[in-house]
Design a protein around this ligand. Sequence first.
Ligand SMILES: [Zn+2]
Length: 338
Amino acid sequence: MRAAVYQGAQRFEIQDLPTPEPGPGQVLVKVNRSAICGTDVHAFMYDIAPAGSVIGHEIAGVVAQVGPEVTRLSEGQRVVAGGGDPPPGVSSPMRTGPRYSYRTMGFTGGATGGYAEYQLLPEWRPTVIPDNVPDEVAALTEPCSVAVRAVRRSAIRLGDTVAVLGAGPIGMLVVQAAMAAGATRVLVSEPAPARAAAAMDLGADAVINPVEEDAVARLVELTDGHGPEVVFDCAGLQDTLQQAFDATRRNGQVVLVAVPWEPLPVDPVDWMGREVDFRVSFASDPEDWRIALDLLSSGRISAEALMSEASFIDLEEIQEAFEGLMRPSSQLQVVINL
Ligand SMILES: [Zn+2]
């Protein structure tokens, strides 16, 4: 099978690897679409993906072969690579490790292997894709589940005004999940014109350009001098977390969704007098995947809005795609066809 093998030092190489054989309790999935995740771009950019590994976890495919003792899935079923509950005794260090650190433990386990023609998975992990959800949409179930988790962990209530800083794929999905959760107005801060336009198409009330305007002043002005109830930082850049705190209204909440890989300056004296709460949301659990698939299937969240014809690339173009995604860009979602 063809696979993009990470070589270290920001290099992928397309290699012909043996197609894995499913062992007991395993299924082999033929990957049809594999979306490029911002987390993987970070793993590439900061060179933390292990050399020799195949990363990628946002796939939609079809069960090609089942191993012995597999009862839950059968050949021909379309699946995504998550959403199933682990059996008793199987737990992820991400949720159970008492001193879990994403920096040191984040790229050593889990369901990776998506930038390849086939992926081997334990049979409990995949979820069957509803018939009305095409592969390219289903491939975004994982990022959608991250947005679902962030919104479910937030304090959003019906009628709230919410701000989303950063309209990359996760920000765009948080915009929609926030509206599905009852936010009646969503304000977005995003400098890239294509992403700003896509956010407006999704129903954002206003998109602020934080390079040309004072994002905090605009967010406060657009909320009658109070600030939004909840601000999601989906950018994790040098100034966005401080902007989130500065903009949030008294007793409001900041939710950090993006994973910053560098220290971020924050100046609490400016906002702690308003008793702003802080929450983080990290990755997602199987339940979040199932909710995400339901929202995609019912049309309450659109993944199509994140894609255009330019979104789809071949595996051979992965190097170029990752290099492009390292720079602030106007790309929306990039999806590999396999
Ligand atoms: Zn992802």
